[in-house]
Write a protein that binds this ligand. Structure first.
Ligand code: FAD
Length: 525
């Protein structure tokens, strides 16, 4: 007796896209998920950030959360404390450390048990990687075209018109528009250095789409979703729930999958107590690169055997943009990524680095207090004068699966995942060179890097490579259609299958690939 034709584990960007394809193909799907929900707060006012800050008596509810966890009491800890996954978005990481134990060596890992996964807090920066990057990720660029088109159409992506279906770009903010002007004037010099500058693709609507409305440039994207302009996987989940062929089971931690000739049994533990088992012909793992690796290792009982792990490295450069000193820029704007600066110099066949540029305004001054030398309240006054001219460059580099490992280990408290990042000197050097080139690019755009921060490995929350699509027959690798070797009837739809991650944001590719894998499962069924 089966509960559904296909069980999908995880409701993040990968899980909901895979489910959408299967439901559209008339298949019955059960989704098993951690399912932590955001607090049931009244929706934030549909007003501009400045007006909410000046006039709204309840503003702490949106900016710090009812539990005040947006206050970084023990420091920002790479975004975990007081960052994007705190306050009203704290559900994104809540319970994950306790329920999914990890031992981190030389890295800092974020896991999610939320409805929507890490996508419930993501910054919506998107990219379609170059053909060489898709090849390095194990993908065929031609095959991927229609899956990119489908996902762009489904989630709503705006930005430069590099392909059909993309909505018009958001207007660039003051920093980005000045930088783009400078880039146009100096394009030949940039080309000589193999640096290019462009507006990013973003999963934010600039035109209404169903019940989701175009951004009104209120600059509240990091704090609330009043118009649902920024895509979140929960919106897809809502649509899936209205299908009679779809069942959602939350509050569950999947521990093990047992395969037999007919299909699979998925064994899960309820976080509120008890165990449950469900049966399907096929299972799709979409629990994130770390979560899917854990379930696969536990299912085959493979201890102390490292799987590869790619964690995208990143560094921050805080830059002063003197051309904007004394100018606050328009009140209507977005806080999302404004520009991509690409280091087109090639490293192992892919672009060497990518800086994502952000203005600081809506990220809150108090977060900067700890990183400047003056005492409060003087510091606050100076910061409020300087921040309109502050630009944060979040610089990312490609991640390769052989720079890290994930293994299942027995500890005195039970099973745990040991996650290790070890970066060879040659790659550290390559990153440094790319960082230097991108800093030079920033200076050419008129931005002066003032303070640079090397962040812990893994803290960019971009993971992959644990169950890679590889030509080998090694256990717990996947074939080109995402089928997992060593565990019959199981496919993998998240970034676990990519042997490497490019420097540009990869979640759009992960969603497009999840659709491809779900299509392969439908064909097999
Ligand atoms: C603050 C932040 C900003 C980001 N910004 C960007 C961005 O701008 N651009 C970009 O490309 N990427 C961004 N990312 C990364 C992006 O969110 C991830 O790449 C993406 O969410 C991964 O999708 P996924 O579906 O594979 O896994 P996840 O989103 O991690 O979802 C995993 C799902 O699996 C479930 N799960 C896990 N383990 C189990 C288990 N044992 N049993 C049952 N369920 C389980 C969880 O409940 C969850 O629903 C950002 C991430 C963060 C945290």
């Amino acid at each position: 007796m089966q509960d559904a034709e296909v069980i999908i584990i995880g409701s993040g960007p990968a899980g909901v896209q895979a489910a959408t394809v299967l439901i559209a193909a008339g298949r019955s799907v059960m989704m098993i998920d951690g399912g932590k929900k955001a607090p049931a707060l009244p929706q934030a006012p549909d007003a501009n950030f400045e007006d909410v800050r000046r006039n709204n008596q309840d503003q702490a509810r949106w900016f710090l959360g009812d539990d005040l966890s947006g206050i970084p009491v023990s420091g920002l800890t790479g975004g975990l404390g007081g960052g994007q996954v705190s306050g009203n978005r704290a559900n994104v990481v809540s319970g994950a450390r306790e329920q999914l134990p990890i031992t981190e060596e030389n890295c800092q890992i974020i896991q999610s048990l939320a409805e929507g996964g890490l996508g419930a807090a993501w910054g919506a920066a998107c990219a379609v990687p170059e053909e060489s990057e898709l090849t390095a990720m194990g993908l065929n660029a031609k095959d991927m075209q229609r899956h990119f088109d489908a996902v762009i159409n489904d989630i709503g992506v705006s930005g430069p018109q590099i392909r059909g279906g993309i909505q018009p770009a958001l207007p660039p903010d003051l920093h980005a528009s000045l930088a783009l002007e400078t880039y146009k004037k100096k394009q030949v010099s940039f080309e000589k250095k193999h640096i290019s500058v462009m507006q990013p693709l973003s999963a934010i609507l600039t035109q209404d789409n169903d019940d989701r409305r175009a951004s009104n440039l209120a600059d509240m994207e990091y704090w609330s979703d009043p118009r649902r302009s920024v895509y979140r996987p929960q919106y897809t989940l809502e649509k899936l729930r209205s299908s009679h062929s779809f069942t959602y089971k939350g509050d569950l931690i999947v521990e093990r999958i047992v395969s037999d000739t007919e299909g699979c049994t998925v064994h899960a533990r309820r976080m509120s107590g008890g165990t449950e088992s469900y049966r399907a012909k096929r299972v799709i793992l979409a629990a994130g690169a770390v979560g899917s690796a854990r379930i696969a290792l536990q299912s085959v009982g493979l201890y102390d055997t490292p799987l590869p792990f790619a964690a995208k490295p990143h560094v921050f450069s805080a830059c002063m943009h003197p051309a904007t000193l004394g100018k606050t820029g328009p009140k209507s704007r977005s806080s999302l990524c404004q520009l991509l600066i690409l280091d087109d110099n090639v490293l192992s066949g892919v672009r060497s680095g990518c800086a994502q540029l952000y203005s600081y305004r809506s990220l809150m001054l108090f977060r900067l207090l700890g990183s400047q030398p003056l005492a409060y309240p003087e510091a606050m006054k100076i910061l409020s004068m300087l921040t309109p001219s502050l630009v944060i460059a979040d610089i990312r580099f490609p991640a390769f699966g052989d720079n890290g490992s994930v293994s299942l280990v027995r500890t005195k408290d039970g099973d745990s995942l040991r996650i290790t990042c070890r970066v060879p000197d040659a790659e550290r050097d390559a990153r440094k060179h790319s960082w230097q080139r991108l800093k030079q690019g920033l200076r050419m755009l008129g931005m002066l890097p003032l303070r640079n921060m090397e962040l812990p490995e893994g803290s960019a929350s971009h993971y992959g490579g644990t169950l890679p699509m590889q030509g080998t027959n090694r256990i717990l690798t996947t074939d080109a259609r995402g089928k997992l070797r060593g565990l019959e009837h199981v496919s993998v739809a998240d970034a676990s299958v990519f042997p490497m991650l490019p420097a540009v944001p990869h979640t759009l590719t992960l969603m497009a690939n999840a659709r491809r894998i779900a299509e392969a499962v439908t064909e097999d069924l």
